[in-house]
Structure formats: C-alpha cells, structure tokens
Design a protein around this ligand. Structure first.
Ligand code: GAR
Length: 191
C-alpha cells in the first residue's frame, strides 16, 4: 500500500510541486491532499494541475476545531509535510501524528530560525551576519517554530559576491533536490 502524504503550504508551493512530481509515479507514496491557510496561494493551482484535491481553512478551523484532524484521519494520511507553511501546528495534530510531521527551513537551524524568520528575511540575516556557509534544514515539527529533531541538513559556501537572490536560489535548489528524497526515505521506514 502506498503511503499517503498531506502537504501544508501557504504560498507559491515550489517545494510542493517537486514533491508532487516525485511521487506522481512512485510505488512508495502519493500526495493525497494539499492544505492551505491562504485561499489565494499558488500552491492550490499547482494541486489542480496534478489533479490532487486541496482544502483551505482559517484560523478558527485550524486552532479551535478538529476539522483538519478529521480530514487527515478520513484520508488515512501517513505523513504531514510542511512546505512553506507559516502557522504553528496545533497540539491536536502533533499528538495524532507523533514524529510524522516534518518541515523544511531555508537555513542551517538552529541559526536563522524562529517566528518571523522566513523568506528573504532569512537570507538577508545571513548576509548581514557574514556567514561563511548557508543551507537548508529538514526537521521534525514540534510546538515551536523551526525546532524539533533535525533529519537532514544540506549546505553550501557563501561566496563574497553572493547576493540575497543568489543565496535564495542556491537554497531553493537544495530544497528541491532533498525534500522529496528525504520524505521517501522516511516513508520506506513506516510499516
Ligand atoms: C521555502 O524556502 C521553505 O524553506 C520556507 O518557505 C519557502 C516556501 O517556498 N519555509 C520556512 O521558512 C519555514 N520556516 P515554496 O512555497 O516555493 O515551496
């Protein structure tokens, strides 16, 4: 039986795209649902393109009801993948999916993580700190932003001429390269 993946995303969804491409013909897993807190998120269009169902929700549904938990259970979801999802995961989901919720962050955590640290702000902070290396982190999710056990990090050297755009591009390349593979490796370990 293929393992079932639910992806939460708030924005463009380029990582979601790579994950949907990777699992389109996989025998290991399939993307069963895309969830978003943003009705205008481009990731919803991407889901349509793959004919994968999507669901949007607001803060009340997410934090004050079991609506999302019920949907995930009904669809027999095995793993929750956050891909540019910017809200904290509530306790009902953390309890129901122990060590089965993962996130990707565009920096080498614990550096440059936490509330408000996303997108260009991360790369700007890396430039300002004159870091010699930068990279990405894939980690298990807990009740705090960008914490939880690290599953994988990939890094690159920051060159003196690197701009914010270049750092962002290099990081994105690594994210797209590693996230689908890491998800597949985790799924292979599930019974
Ligand atoms: C990714 O770079 C991801 O690492 C970041 O949001 C971006 C989403 O891009 N996530 C975080 O910053 C989480 N703290 P995408 O919508 O193109 O996949």
């Amino acid at each position: 039986m293929k393992k079932r993946i639910a992806i939460f995303a708030s924005g463009s969804g380029s990582n979601a795209q790579k994950i949907m491409e990777h699992f389109k013909y996989s025998t290991i897993g399939e993307v069963s649902l895309i969830l978003s807190n943003n009705m205008d998120a481009y990731v919803l269009q991407r889901a349509d393109n793959f004919e994968i169902p999507s669901h949007t929700f607001d803060k009340t549904a997410f934090y004050k009801s079991d609506e999302i938990l019920d949907i995930l259970k009904r669809l027999d979801i095995d793993i929750i993948v956050l891909a540019g999802f910017l809200w904290l995961v509530p306790e009902n989901l953390l309890k129901a999916f122990p060590n089965k919720i993962i996130n990707i962050h565009p920096a080498l955590l614990p550096k440059f993580g936490g509330k408000g640290m996303y997108g260009d702000k991360v790369h700007q902070a890396v430039l300002e700190a004159k870091e010699e290396e930068h990279g990405i982190t894939i980690h298990f999710v807990n009740e705090n932003f960008d914490e939880g056990e690290v599953i994988h990090q990939a890094r690159f050297k920051v060159e003196p001429e690197d701009t914010l755009e270049i750092l962002k591009f290099k990081g994105q390349q690594l994210e797209h390269q590693y996230y689908p593979r890491i998800i597949e490796n985790l799924l292979k370990k599930y019974n």
